[in-house]
Design a binder for this molecule. Structure first.
Ligand SMILES: Cc1cc2nc3c(=O)[nH]c(=O)nc-3n(C[C@H](O)[C@H](O)[C@H](O)COP(=O)(O)OP(=O)(O)OC[C@H]3O[C@@H](n4cnc5c(N)ncnc54)[C@H](O)[C@@H]3O)c2cc1C
Length: 583
Protein backbone atom coordinates (compact mmCIF):
# COMPACT_ATOMS: atom_id res chain seq x y z
CA UNK A 1 0.00 0.00 0.00
CA UNK A 2 1.16 3.49 -0.79
CA UNK A 3 -1.08 6.55 -0.23
CA UNK A 4 0.60 8.44 -3.07
CA UNK A 5 1.02 5.84 -5.78
CA UNK A 6 -2.46 4.35 -5.19
CA UNK A 7 -4.09 7.73 -5.78
CA UNK A 8 -4.29 8.51 -9.51
CA UNK A 9 -6.03 11.86 -9.01
CA UNK A 10 -3.42 13.14 -6.54
CA UNK A 11 -0.64 11.97 -8.83
CA UNK A 12 -2.28 13.72 -11.77
CA UNK A 13 -2.53 17.00 -9.83
CA UNK A 14 1.08 16.82 -8.63
CA UNK A 15 2.61 15.55 -11.84
CA UNK A 16 0.62 17.14 -14.66
CA UNK A 17 -1.90 19.53 -13.08
CA UNK A 18 0.70 22.07 -11.97
CA UNK A 19 2.89 24.10 -14.31
CA UNK A 20 6.10 23.54 -12.36
CA UNK A 21 8.18 25.33 -14.99
CA UNK A 22 6.35 28.56 -14.05
CA UNK A 23 8.01 28.76 -10.62
CA UNK A 24 10.53 26.01 -9.82
CA UNK A 25 13.48 27.69 -11.63
CA UNK A 26 12.92 30.86 -9.57
CA UNK A 27 12.35 28.79 -6.44
CA UNK A 28 15.75 27.13 -6.92
CA UNK A 29 17.34 30.41 -8.10
CA UNK A 30 18.33 28.96 -11.46
CA UNK A 31 19.40 25.61 -9.95
CA UNK A 32 22.59 27.15 -8.64
CA UNK A 33 22.81 25.32 -5.29
CA UNK A 34 25.28 22.47 -4.80
CA UNK A 35 22.92 20.76 -2.35
CA UNK A 36 19.81 21.27 -4.50
CA UNK A 37 18.42 19.92 -7.78
CA UNK A 38 20.34 20.79 -10.98
CA UNK A 39 17.35 20.98 -13.29
CA UNK A 40 13.58 21.08 -13.40
CA UNK A 41 13.48 17.35 -14.15
CA UNK A 42 15.69 16.58 -11.18
CA UNK A 43 13.56 18.79 -8.92
CA UNK A 44 10.40 16.99 -10.00
CA UNK A 45 12.01 13.61 -9.45
CA UNK A 46 12.94 14.72 -5.93
CA UNK A 47 9.37 15.85 -5.21
CA UNK A 48 7.96 12.59 -6.52
CA UNK A 49 10.46 10.50 -4.54
CA UNK A 50 9.57 12.36 -1.32
CA UNK A 51 5.81 11.92 -1.92
CA UNK A 52 6.30 8.22 -2.70
CA UNK A 53 8.34 7.70 0.46
CA UNK A 54 5.81 9.53 2.64
CA UNK A 55 2.96 7.67 0.88
CA UNK A 56 4.56 4.36 1.77
CA UNK A 57 5.22 5.35 5.40
CA UNK A 58 1.72 6.77 5.81
CA UNK A 59 0.09 3.55 4.60
CA UNK A 60 2.43 1.19 6.44
CA UNK A 61 2.98 2.97 9.77
CA UNK A 62 0.69 5.95 10.31
CA UNK A 63 -2.72 4.68 9.16
CA UNK A 64 -2.64 1.48 11.24
CA UNK A 65 -2.07 3.59 14.40
CA UNK A 66 -4.87 6.10 13.76
CA UNK A 67 -7.54 4.25 15.75
CA UNK A 68 -5.19 3.66 18.68
CA UNK A 69 -4.32 7.39 18.76
CA UNK A 70 -8.00 8.30 18.78
CA UNK A 71 -8.72 5.82 21.58
CA UNK A 72 -5.73 6.85 23.71
CA UNK A 73 -6.57 10.56 23.43
CA UNK A 74 -4.70 13.28 25.29
CA UNK A 75 -4.42 13.12 29.07
CA UNK A 76 -2.76 15.01 31.91
CA UNK A 77 -0.46 13.29 34.38
CA UNK A 78 1.26 15.08 37.28
CA UNK A 79 0.52 18.43 35.68
CA UNK A 80 2.04 17.38 32.34
CA UNK A 81 0.08 16.93 29.10
CA UNK A 82 0.54 13.38 27.78
CA UNK A 83 0.07 12.93 24.04
CA UNK A 84 -0.77 9.48 22.62
CA UNK A 85 2.47 7.43 22.41
CA UNK A 86 1.46 6.11 18.97
CA UNK A 87 1.15 9.70 17.74
CA UNK A 88 4.66 10.49 18.95
CA UNK A 89 5.96 7.36 17.18
CA UNK A 90 4.46 8.63 13.93
CA UNK A 91 6.06 12.04 14.36
CA UNK A 92 9.35 10.40 15.23
CA UNK A 93 9.20 8.38 12.00
CA UNK A 94 8.51 11.54 9.97
CA UNK A 95 11.35 13.30 11.78
CA UNK A 96 13.75 10.48 10.91
CA UNK A 97 12.66 10.71 7.27
CA UNK A 98 13.55 14.42 7.39
CA UNK A 99 10.14 15.61 6.16
CA UNK A 100 8.92 17.75 9.08
CA UNK A 101 9.53 21.01 7.26
CA UNK A 102 9.74 20.28 3.55
CA UNK A 103 8.87 23.84 2.48
CA UNK A 104 11.57 25.55 4.56
CA UNK A 105 14.97 26.45 3.08
CA UNK A 106 17.58 23.69 3.11
CA UNK A 107 19.98 25.82 5.17
CA UNK A 108 17.40 25.83 7.96
CA UNK A 109 16.74 22.11 7.98
CA UNK A 110 14.02 22.01 5.31
CA UNK A 111 13.99 20.71 1.73
CA UNK A 112 13.13 23.97 -0.08
CA UNK A 113 10.16 22.28 -1.75
CA UNK A 114 7.32 24.40 -3.15
CA UNK A 115 4.10 24.63 -1.10
CA UNK A 116 2.33 22.34 -3.57
CA UNK A 117 4.69 19.50 -2.62
CA UNK A 118 4.26 20.29 1.07
CA UNK A 119 0.49 20.19 0.58
CA UNK A 120 0.81 16.78 -1.08
CA UNK A 121 2.75 15.48 1.93
CA UNK A 122 0.12 16.98 4.25
CA UNK A 123 -2.75 15.42 2.29
CA UNK A 124 -1.16 11.98 2.43
CA UNK A 125 -0.59 12.21 6.19
CA UNK A 126 -4.10 13.58 6.75
CA UNK A 127 -5.58 10.63 4.88
CA UNK A 128 -3.66 8.26 7.17
CA UNK A 129 -4.39 10.04 10.47
CA UNK A 130 -5.89 13.47 11.11
CA UNK A 131 -4.28 13.75 14.55
CA UNK A 132 -0.81 13.04 13.18
CA UNK A 133 -1.27 15.60 10.44
CA UNK A 134 -2.24 18.27 12.95
CA UNK A 135 0.82 17.81 15.15
CA UNK A 136 3.00 17.52 12.04
CA UNK A 137 1.77 20.97 10.95
CA UNK A 138 2.95 22.54 14.21
CA UNK A 139 6.61 22.16 13.36
CA UNK A 140 6.71 23.95 10.02
CA UNK A 141 3.76 26.30 10.69
CA UNK A 142 5.25 28.32 13.59
CA UNK A 143 8.70 28.07 11.95
CA UNK A 144 7.40 29.80 8.83
CA UNK A 145 5.99 32.62 10.97
CA UNK A 146 9.34 33.18 12.67
CA UNK A 147 11.20 32.88 9.36
CA UNK A 148 8.98 35.51 7.77
CA UNK A 149 8.93 38.07 10.57
CA UNK A 150 11.84 37.23 12.87
CA UNK A 151 15.28 38.78 13.24
CA UNK A 152 18.26 36.68 12.07
CA UNK A 153 18.85 35.76 15.75
CA UNK A 154 15.24 34.60 16.16
CA UNK A 155 15.45 32.58 12.95
CA UNK A 156 18.63 30.93 14.21
CA UNK A 157 17.17 30.24 17.65
CA UNK A 158 13.74 28.89 16.66
CA UNK A 159 13.43 27.90 13.02
CA UNK A 160 16.11 25.21 12.82
CA UNK A 161 15.02 23.30 15.95
CA UNK A 162 11.42 23.40 14.73
CA UNK A 163 12.38 22.23 11.24
CA UNK A 164 14.51 19.42 12.62
CA UNK A 165 11.85 18.34 15.10
CA UNK A 166 13.95 19.12 18.17
CA UNK A 167 11.00 21.20 19.37
CA UNK A 168 7.35 21.69 18.42
CA UNK A 169 5.36 24.91 18.48
CA UNK A 170 1.92 26.47 18.82
CA UNK A 171 0.15 29.63 17.70
CA UNK A 172 -2.22 31.29 20.19
CA UNK A 173 -4.81 33.86 19.23
CA UNK A 174 -8.11 32.67 20.67
CA UNK A 175 -9.18 33.73 24.16
CA UNK A 176 -12.25 32.85 26.22
CA UNK A 177 -13.97 36.08 25.06
CA UNK A 178 -12.20 36.47 21.72
CA UNK A 179 -12.92 33.73 19.18
CA UNK A 180 -14.14 34.90 15.78
CA UNK A 181 -13.79 38.44 17.12
CA UNK A 182 -9.99 38.65 17.15
CA UNK A 183 -10.20 42.37 17.90
CA UNK A 184 -11.55 41.54 21.38
CA UNK A 185 -8.18 40.14 22.50
CA UNK A 186 -7.34 41.22 26.05
CA UNK A 187 -3.99 39.47 26.67
CA UNK A 188 -1.52 42.32 27.15
CA UNK A 189 2.23 42.59 26.69
CA UNK A 190 4.41 45.26 28.32
CA UNK A 191 8.06 45.96 27.53
CA UNK A 192 10.65 45.21 30.22
CA UNK A 193 14.26 45.79 29.27
CA UNK A 194 15.00 43.87 26.09
CA UNK A 195 12.00 41.57 26.62
CA UNK A 196 8.23 41.75 27.13
CA UNK A 197 5.97 40.43 29.87
CA UNK A 198 2.64 38.84 28.93
CA UNK A 199 -0.49 38.71 31.02
CA UNK A 200 -3.71 36.94 30.04
CA UNK A 201 -5.32 33.68 28.98
CA UNK A 202 -5.45 31.83 25.69
CA UNK A 203 -8.01 29.17 24.90
CA UNK A 204 -8.13 26.19 22.52
CA UNK A 205 -4.45 26.27 21.59
CA UNK A 206 -3.46 23.30 19.43
CA UNK A 207 -0.26 21.74 20.79
CA UNK A 208 -0.25 24.41 23.49
CA UNK A 209 1.98 21.98 25.42
CA UNK A 210 4.69 22.43 22.74
CA UNK A 211 8.10 24.00 23.41
CA UNK A 212 7.38 27.46 22.06
CA UNK A 213 4.26 29.50 21.40
CA UNK A 214 3.71 32.45 19.06
CA UNK A 215 1.21 34.65 20.90
CA UNK A 216 -0.94 37.53 19.64
CA UNK A 217 -1.27 40.13 22.39
CA UNK A 218 -2.13 43.80 22.86
CA UNK A 219 1.12 45.73 23.06
CA UNK A 220 -0.18 49.29 22.68
CA UNK A 221 -2.06 50.46 25.79
CA UNK A 222 -5.43 52.03 24.99
CA UNK A 223 -5.61 50.48 21.53
CA UNK A 224 -8.80 48.80 20.38
CA UNK A 225 -9.84 46.17 17.87
CA UNK A 226 -7.25 44.92 15.42
CA UNK A 227 -4.96 47.92 16.01
CA UNK A 228 -2.20 47.79 18.60
CA UNK A 229 -1.66 44.01 18.51
CA UNK A 230 1.79 42.42 18.24
CA UNK A 231 3.21 38.93 17.95
CA UNK A 232 5.50 37.45 20.58
CA UNK A 233 7.65 34.34 20.65
CA UNK A 234 7.16 32.86 24.10
CA UNK A 235 9.26 29.87 25.14
CA UNK A 236 7.49 27.31 27.28
CA UNK A 237 10.41 27.13 29.71
CA UNK A 238 12.57 30.02 30.87
CA UNK A 239 15.71 29.17 32.87
CA UNK A 240 14.35 25.66 33.39
CA UNK A 241 11.04 26.90 34.88
CA UNK A 242 7.56 27.04 33.38
CA UNK A 243 7.21 30.41 31.64
CA UNK A 244 3.43 29.99 31.39
CA UNK A 245 0.93 27.51 32.68
CA UNK A 246 -0.58 24.85 30.44
CA UNK A 247 -3.94 24.02 32.00
CA UNK A 248 -5.60 20.68 31.29
CA UNK A 249 -6.23 19.79 27.66
CA UNK A 250 -9.86 19.95 26.52
CA UNK A 251 -11.79 16.67 26.46
CA UNK A 252 -13.25 16.49 22.97
CA UNK A 253 -15.04 14.02 20.75
CA UNK A 254 -13.22 15.32 17.66
CA UNK A 255 -9.46 15.08 16.94
CA UNK A 256 -9.07 13.35 20.29
CA UNK A 257 -5.36 12.74 19.78
CA UNK A 258 -4.62 16.45 19.34
CA UNK A 259 -3.80 18.46 22.48
CA UNK A 260 -6.08 21.51 22.66
CA UNK A 261 -4.82 23.50 25.65
CA UNK A 262 -5.70 26.50 27.73
CA UNK A 263 -2.68 28.67 28.47
CA UNK A 264 -2.30 31.09 31.38
CA UNK A 265 0.30 33.85 31.04
CA UNK A 266 1.16 35.51 34.31
CA UNK A 267 4.17 37.69 33.58
CA UNK A 268 5.53 35.25 30.95
CA UNK A 269 8.71 36.46 29.25
CA UNK A 270 8.42 36.88 25.46
CA UNK A 271 10.30 38.35 22.48
CA UNK A 272 8.62 40.71 20.03
CA UNK A 273 8.21 39.03 16.61
CA UNK A 274 7.96 41.46 13.69
CA UNK A 275 6.89 45.08 13.92
CA UNK A 276 5.30 46.53 17.02
CA UNK A 277 1.57 46.97 16.43
CA UNK A 278 1.79 44.91 13.22
CA UNK A 279 0.63 41.67 14.83
CA UNK A 280 -2.70 41.30 13.11
CA UNK A 281 -1.29 41.80 9.61
CA UNK A 282 1.45 39.27 10.41
CA UNK A 283 -0.88 36.64 11.85
CA UNK A 284 -3.14 37.07 8.82
CA UNK A 285 -0.42 35.63 6.56
CA UNK A 286 -0.26 32.59 8.85
CA UNK A 287 -4.06 32.29 9.00
CA UNK A 288 -4.41 32.41 5.22
CA UNK A 289 -1.84 29.63 4.79
CA UNK A 290 -3.45 27.68 7.64
CA UNK A 291 -6.85 27.97 5.94
CA UNK A 292 -5.49 26.30 2.83
CA UNK A 293 -3.86 23.70 5.12
CA UNK A 294 -7.24 22.98 6.75
CA UNK A 295 -8.67 22.43 3.27
CA UNK A 296 -5.82 19.95 2.67
CA UNK A 297 -6.71 18.26 5.97
CA UNK A 298 -10.31 18.01 4.73
CA UNK A 299 -9.08 16.56 1.45
CA UNK A 300 -7.04 13.81 3.13
CA UNK A 301 -10.02 12.95 5.31
CA UNK A 302 -12.36 12.88 2.29
CA UNK A 303 -9.98 10.54 0.46
CA UNK A 304 -9.85 8.20 3.47
CA UNK A 305 -13.66 8.18 3.72
CA UNK A 306 -14.05 7.57 -0.03
CA UNK A 307 -11.61 4.66 -0.06
CA UNK A 308 -13.27 3.11 3.02
CA UNK A 309 -16.77 3.47 1.54
CA UNK A 310 -15.76 2.05 -1.84
CA UNK A 311 -13.98 -0.90 -0.26
CA UNK A 312 -16.92 -1.69 1.99
CA UNK A 313 -19.54 -1.31 -0.75
CA UNK A 314 -17.73 -3.72 -3.04
CA UNK A 315 -17.66 -6.44 -0.35
CA UNK A 316 -21.01 -6.02 1.37
CA UNK A 317 -23.70 -8.06 -0.36
CA UNK A 318 -27.41 -7.31 0.12
CA UNK A 319 -30.31 -8.56 -1.97
CA UNK A 320 -28.01 -10.75 -3.99
CA UNK A 321 -25.44 -8.19 -5.12
CA UNK A 322 -22.69 -5.98 -3.68
CA UNK A 323 -24.28 -2.79 -2.40
CA UNK A 324 -21.95 -0.86 -4.76
CA UNK A 325 -24.19 -2.26 -7.52
CA UNK A 326 -27.40 -0.85 -6.06
CA UNK A 327 -28.22 2.41 -7.83
CA UNK A 328 -28.48 4.62 -4.75
CA UNK A 329 -25.17 3.46 -3.27
CA UNK A 330 -23.41 3.67 -6.65
CA UNK A 331 -24.70 7.23 -6.92
CA UNK A 332 -23.34 8.15 -3.48
CA UNK A 333 -19.91 6.70 -4.29
CA UNK A 334 -19.65 8.56 -7.58
CA UNK A 335 -20.77 11.83 -5.99
CA UNK A 336 -18.13 11.36 -3.28
CA UNK A 337 -15.48 10.78 -5.94
CA UNK A 338 -16.51 13.96 -7.75
CA UNK A 339 -16.46 15.99 -4.50
CA UNK A 340 -12.93 14.79 -3.69
CA UNK A 341 -11.66 15.54 -7.19
CA UNK A 342 -13.22 19.04 -7.15
CA UNK A 343 -11.72 19.94 -3.78
CA UNK A 344 -8.35 18.58 -4.86
CA UNK A 345 -8.40 20.63 -8.07
CA UNK A 346 -9.14 23.80 -6.06
CA UNK A 347 -6.60 23.03 -3.32
CA UNK A 348 -3.71 22.58 -5.78
CA UNK A 349 -4.84 25.62 -7.77
CA UNK A 350 -4.39 27.58 -4.52
CA UNK A 351 -1.01 26.06 -3.61
CA UNK A 352 0.30 26.67 -7.13
CA UNK A 353 -0.74 30.33 -6.77
CA UNK A 354 1.13 30.49 -3.45
CA UNK A 355 4.16 29.01 -5.18
CA UNK A 356 4.09 31.46 -8.07
CA UNK A 357 3.75 34.42 -5.69
CA UNK A 358 6.69 33.27 -3.55
CA UNK A 359 8.80 32.51 -6.63
CA UNK A 360 8.03 36.03 -7.89
CA UNK A 361 9.19 37.49 -4.57
CA UNK A 362 12.40 35.47 -4.68
CA UNK A 363 13.24 36.41 -8.26
CA UNK A 364 12.14 40.03 -7.92
CA UNK A 365 9.50 39.52 -10.64
CA UNK A 366 6.95 42.13 -11.66
CA UNK A 367 4.95 43.54 -8.76
CA UNK A 368 1.78 43.91 -10.80
CA UNK A 369 1.92 40.24 -11.85
CA UNK A 370 2.32 39.27 -8.19
CA UNK A 371 -0.56 41.51 -7.17
CA UNK A 372 -2.81 39.83 -9.77
CA UNK A 373 -1.83 36.37 -8.49
CA UNK A 374 -2.33 37.60 -4.92
CA UNK A 375 -5.85 38.68 -5.78
CA UNK A 376 -6.60 35.26 -7.34
CA UNK A 377 -5.36 33.52 -4.18
CA UNK A 378 -7.22 35.88 -1.87
CA UNK A 379 -10.42 35.25 -3.83
CA UNK A 380 -10.05 31.48 -3.35
CA UNK A 381 -8.65 31.15 0.20
CA UNK A 382 -11.92 31.51 2.18
CA UNK A 383 -13.69 29.45 -0.47
CA UNK A 384 -11.33 26.49 -0.35
CA UNK A 385 -11.54 26.47 3.46
CA UNK A 386 -15.33 26.69 3.30
CA UNK A 387 -15.64 23.99 0.62
CA UNK A 388 -13.18 21.61 2.29
CA UNK A 389 -14.82 21.93 5.69
CA UNK A 390 -18.44 21.72 4.61
CA UNK A 391 -18.07 19.05 1.94
CA UNK A 392 -15.74 16.83 4.02
CA UNK A 393 -18.59 16.64 6.49
CA UNK A 394 -20.92 15.49 3.72
CA UNK A 395 -18.38 13.00 2.33
CA UNK A 396 -17.67 11.53 5.79
CA UNK A 397 -21.35 11.34 6.64
CA UNK A 398 -22.05 9.58 3.33
CA UNK A 399 -19.26 7.09 4.05
CA UNK A 400 -21.00 6.29 7.36
CA UNK A 401 -24.28 5.83 5.47
CA UNK A 402 -22.69 3.45 2.97
CA UNK A 403 -21.56 1.34 5.94
CA UNK A 404 -25.11 1.13 7.32
CA UNK A 405 -25.13 0.04 10.99
CA UNK A 406 -21.41 -0.76 10.88
CA UNK A 407 -20.79 2.91 10.09
CA UNK A 408 -21.45 3.94 13.67
CA UNK A 409 -19.42 1.09 15.17
CA UNK A 410 -15.92 1.91 16.33
CA UNK A 411 -14.44 -1.19 14.64
CA UNK A 412 -14.72 0.76 11.39
CA UNK A 413 -12.85 3.96 10.62
CA UNK A 414 -15.64 6.02 9.12
CA UNK A 415 -17.23 7.03 12.44
CA UNK A 416 -13.87 8.56 13.39
CA UNK A 417 -13.65 10.36 10.04
CA UNK A 418 -17.12 11.80 10.62
CA UNK A 419 -16.25 12.98 14.15
CA UNK A 420 -12.97 14.46 12.95
CA UNK A 421 -14.67 16.24 10.05
CA UNK A 422 -16.71 18.25 12.57
CA UNK A 423 -13.73 20.37 13.61
CA UNK A 424 -13.11 21.55 10.05
CA UNK A 425 -15.88 24.21 9.87
CA UNK A 426 -14.86 25.57 13.29
CA UNK A 427 -11.15 26.27 13.56
CA UNK A 428 -8.99 28.67 11.52
CA UNK A 429 -12.11 30.82 11.13
CA UNK A 430 -15.56 29.24 11.09
CA UNK A 431 -17.44 28.67 7.85
CA UNK A 432 -19.53 31.77 8.58
CA UNK A 433 -16.40 33.87 9.01
CA UNK A 434 -15.01 32.54 5.69
CA UNK A 435 -18.31 33.48 4.05
CA UNK A 436 -18.18 37.01 5.49
CA UNK A 437 -14.57 37.47 4.36
CA UNK A 438 -15.41 36.35 0.85
CA UNK A 439 -18.45 38.64 0.72
CA UNK A 440 -16.48 41.66 1.93
CA UNK A 441 -13.72 41.05 -0.57
CA UNK A 442 -15.98 40.45 -3.57
CA UNK A 443 -18.24 43.38 -2.68
CA UNK A 444 -15.29 45.79 -2.47
CA UNK A 445 -13.85 44.42 -5.72
CA UNK A 446 -17.20 44.82 -7.48
CA UNK A 447 -17.84 48.33 -6.16
CA UNK A 448 -14.37 49.58 -7.10
CA UNK A 449 -15.17 49.54 -10.81
CA UNK A 450 -18.32 50.65 -12.63
CA UNK A 451 -17.54 48.02 -15.24
CA UNK A 452 -17.51 45.23 -12.65
CA UNK A 453 -20.62 46.66 -11.00
CA UNK A 454 -22.40 46.39 -14.33
CA UNK A 455 -20.85 43.17 -15.67
CA UNK A 456 -20.03 41.24 -12.52
CA UNK A 457 -17.20 40.93 -9.99
CA UNK A 458 -16.16 37.40 -10.86
CA UNK A 459 -14.71 36.14 -14.10
CA UNK A 460 -13.88 32.54 -14.84
CA UNK A 461 -11.51 30.92 -17.30
CA UNK A 462 -13.41 28.27 -19.17
CA UNK A 463 -12.66 25.92 -22.04
CA UNK A 464 -15.11 25.80 -24.96
CA UNK A 465 -17.94 23.28 -24.77
CA UNK A 466 -20.67 22.15 -22.39
CA UNK A 467 -18.56 22.13 -19.26
CA UNK A 468 -17.03 25.54 -19.86
CA UNK A 469 -20.46 27.02 -20.62
CA UNK A 470 -21.88 25.55 -17.41
CA UNK A 471 -19.07 27.09 -15.32
CA UNK A 472 -19.60 30.44 -17.05
CA UNK A 473 -23.29 30.22 -16.13
CA UNK A 474 -22.39 29.51 -12.49
CA UNK A 475 -20.30 32.68 -12.47
CA UNK A 476 -23.15 34.70 -14.01
CA UNK A 477 -25.53 33.39 -11.35
CA UNK A 478 -23.08 34.42 -8.65
CA UNK A 479 -22.58 37.88 -10.11
CA UNK A 480 -26.33 38.53 -10.29
CA UNK A 481 -26.86 37.29 -6.74
CA UNK A 482 -23.94 39.33 -5.36
CA UNK A 483 -25.18 42.53 -7.02
CA UNK A 484 -28.69 41.87 -5.71
CA UNK A 485 -27.45 41.26 -2.15
CA UNK A 486 -25.24 44.38 -2.08
CA UNK A 487 -27.61 46.80 -3.73
CA UNK A 488 -30.65 45.49 -1.81
CA UNK A 489 -33.15 48.31 -1.37
CA UNK A 490 -30.57 51.02 -2.23
CA UNK A 491 -31.13 53.80 -4.73
CA UNK A 492 -28.49 54.61 -7.37
CA UNK A 493 -27.15 57.52 -5.30
CA UNK A 494 -26.48 55.28 -2.31
CA UNK A 495 -24.68 52.74 -4.50
CA UNK A 496 -22.46 55.55 -5.83
CA UNK A 497 -21.53 56.51 -2.24
CA UNK A 498 -20.69 52.87 -1.47
CA UNK A 499 -18.59 52.66 -4.63
CA UNK A 500 -16.72 55.88 -3.78
CA UNK A 501 -15.87 54.45 -0.38
CA UNK A 502 -14.67 51.17 -1.90
CA UNK A 503 -12.42 53.06 -4.32
CA UNK A 504 -10.94 55.57 -1.86
CA UNK A 505 -10.93 53.31 1.22
CA UNK A 506 -12.22 56.38 3.11
CA UNK A 507 -15.58 57.59 4.37
CA UNK A 508 -17.96 56.40 7.05
CA UNK A 509 -18.65 52.67 7.46
CA UNK A 510 -22.00 51.88 5.85
CA UNK A 511 -24.79 51.54 8.41
CA UNK A 512 -24.83 47.88 9.52
CA UNK A 513 -28.60 47.64 9.20
CA UNK A 514 -28.28 48.64 5.52
CA UNK A 515 -25.83 45.73 5.03
CA UNK A 516 -28.06 43.23 6.87
CA UNK A 517 -29.45 41.55 3.76
CA UNK A 518 -25.98 41.05 2.25
CA UNK A 519 -24.72 39.63 5.57
CA UNK A 520 -27.71 37.30 5.65
CA UNK A 521 -26.83 35.99 2.18
CA UNK A 522 -23.09 35.63 2.83
CA UNK A 523 -22.93 31.87 3.20
CA UNK A 524 -25.20 31.18 0.23
CA UNK A 525 -22.96 33.43 -1.86
CA UNK A 526 -19.82 31.70 -0.54
CA UNK A 527 -21.24 28.33 -1.49
CA UNK A 528 -22.11 29.58 -4.99
CA UNK A 529 -18.63 30.94 -5.56
CA UNK A 530 -16.85 27.97 -3.95
CA UNK A 531 -18.67 25.56 -6.25
CA UNK A 532 -17.92 27.80 -9.22
CA UNK A 533 -14.19 28.02 -8.45
CA UNK A 534 -13.94 24.28 -7.78
CA UNK A 535 -15.75 23.50 -11.04
CA UNK A 536 -13.50 25.94 -12.91
CA UNK A 537 -10.37 24.21 -11.56
CA UNK A 538 -11.72 20.73 -12.31
CA UNK A 539 -12.91 21.57 -15.81
CA UNK A 540 -9.55 23.10 -16.71
CA UNK A 541 -8.07 19.57 -16.85
CA UNK A 542 -11.17 17.67 -17.94
CA UNK A 543 -9.79 16.79 -21.35
CA UNK A 544 -6.65 15.13 -19.92
CA UNK A 545 -8.36 11.73 -19.88
CA UNK A 546 -11.83 10.15 -20.23
CA UNK A 547 -11.81 9.52 -16.45
CA UNK A 548 -11.25 13.21 -15.70
CA UNK A 549 -13.92 14.16 -18.22
CA UNK A 550 -16.40 11.83 -16.53
CA UNK A 551 -15.75 13.19 -13.01
CA UNK A 552 -15.79 16.84 -14.14
CA UNK A 553 -19.06 16.34 -16.03
CA UNK A 554 -20.68 14.74 -12.98
CA UNK A 555 -19.50 17.53 -10.67
CA UNK A 556 -20.63 20.34 -12.93
CA UNK A 557 -24.02 18.79 -13.60
CA UNK A 558 -24.66 18.62 -9.86
CA UNK A 559 -23.08 21.93 -8.87
CA UNK A 560 -24.87 24.11 -11.44
CA UNK A 561 -28.40 23.44 -10.11
CA UNK A 562 -27.22 24.09 -6.54
CA UNK A 563 -25.73 27.42 -7.61
CA UNK A 564 -28.93 28.33 -9.46
CA UNK A 565 -31.04 27.43 -6.42
CA UNK A 566 -28.96 29.52 -4.01
CA UNK A 567 -28.99 32.39 -6.50
CA UNK A 568 -32.76 32.21 -6.69
CA UNK A 569 -33.06 32.37 -2.89
CA UNK A 570 -30.74 35.41 -2.72
CA UNK A 571 -32.62 37.16 -5.53
CA UNK A 572 -35.98 36.40 -3.88
CA UNK A 573 -35.18 39.09 -1.31
CA UNK A 574 -36.61 36.97 1.52
CA UNK A 575 -35.98 39.09 4.63
CA UNK A 576 -37.95 36.92 7.06
CA UNK A 577 -34.87 36.26 9.27
CA UNK A 578 -34.21 39.98 9.50
CA UNK A 579 -37.84 40.63 10.35
CA UNK A 580 -37.68 37.98 13.11
CA UNK A 581 -34.53 39.70 14.41
CA UNK A 582 -36.34 43.03 14.34
CA UNK A 583 -33.62 44.40 12.06
C1 LIG B 1 -9.89 21.77 18.52
C2 LIG B 1 -9.62 23.23 18.37
C3 LIG B 1 -8.35 23.68 18.08
C4 LIG B 1 -8.08 25.04 17.99
N1 LIG B 1 -6.79 25.48 17.76
C5 LIG B 1 -6.52 26.79 17.87
C6 LIG B 1 -5.17 27.27 17.85
O1 LIG B 1 -4.22 26.50 17.69
N2 LIG B 1 -4.95 28.60 18.04
C7 LIG B 1 -5.96 29.48 18.22
O2 LIG B 1 -5.68 30.66 18.40
N3 LIG B 1 -7.25 29.08 18.22
C8 LIG B 1 -7.55 27.76 18.06
N4 LIG B 1 -8.85 27.32 18.09
C9 LIG B 1 -9.92 28.29 18.26
C10 LIG B 1 -10.80 28.42 17.02
O3 LIG B 1 -10.12 29.08 16.01
C11 LIG B 1 -12.08 29.13 17.47
O4 LIG B 1 -12.81 28.18 18.22
C12 LIG B 1 -12.89 29.66 16.32
O5 LIG B 1 -12.24 30.74 15.72
C13 LIG B 1 -14.29 30.08 16.73
O6 LIG B 1 -14.27 30.89 17.88
P1 LIG B 1 -15.25 30.56 19.11
O7 LIG B 1 -15.07 29.12 19.42
O8 LIG B 1 -15.02 31.53 20.17
O9 LIG B 1 -16.71 30.71 18.51
P2 LIG B 1 -17.52 32.09 18.31
O10 LIG B 1 -16.66 33.11 17.67
O11 LIG B 1 -18.18 32.44 19.59
O12 LIG B 1 -18.63 31.62 17.27
C14 LIG B 1 -19.79 30.86 17.64
C15 LIG B 1 -20.70 30.77 16.42
O13 LIG B 1 -21.10 32.09 16.02
C16 LIG B 1 -20.75 32.33 14.66
N5 LIG B 1 -20.33 33.73 14.51
C17 LIG B 1 -19.46 34.42 15.28
N6 LIG B 1 -19.33 35.69 14.83
C18 LIG B 1 -20.15 35.79 13.75
C19 LIG B 1 -20.46 36.84 12.81
N7 LIG B 1 -19.90 38.06 12.89
N8 LIG B 1 -21.34 36.59 11.82
C20 LIG B 1 -21.89 35.36 11.69
N9 LIG B 1 -21.63 34.33 12.52
C21 LIG B 1 -20.77 34.54 13.53
C22 LIG B 1 -19.62 31.37 14.38
O14 LIG B 1 -19.50 31.10 12.98
C23 LIG B 1 -20.03 30.15 15.19
O15 LIG B 1 -20.96 29.42 14.45
C24 LIG B 1 -9.13 25.97 18.16
C25 LIG B 1 -10.42 25.50 18.44
C26 LIG B 1 -10.67 24.16 18.55
C27 LIG B 1 -12.07 23.72 18.90
Amino acid sequence: MNFYTDNADLQYQLRDGIRWEAFVPAWEEGFRFADGPRSLEEARELYDACLTEVGEFAAREIAPRAREIDEQGVTMRDGVVVQPPALLRNIDGLRRMGVLAVDLPRALGGSNFPYSVGAGVLEIIARACTNTMILYAFYQGPALLVLRFGTPEQVERWVKPLAEGAMSGAVAMTEPEAGSDVGAISTVAAPEGTHWRLQGRKQFVTNGCGDVCVVLARSEPGSKGLEGLSLFVVPRKENGRDNYKVARPERKFVIRGSATCELAFDGACGELLGGRGQGFAAILTFMNEARVAVAVQALGLEQAALVAARGYAEKRVQMGRPIARHELVADMLLDMEAEVAALRALVYRCTALQDRITAGERSGGSESARAALGRELRDRTPLVKWLGAERALWVARTAVQVHGGYGVVQDYDVERHYRNALILPIYEGTSQIQALMSLKDQARWMLQSPWRLARGAVRVETPPGELGEAVAEMAREYNHALRRAITDGRGAAEVVVLAARAISGRGPEPDRSRMAYALLCAERLAQMLALTRAAEALVAHADASPARQRVATRYVRRALPVVRMQGEIVRSGDRSTLQEMGA
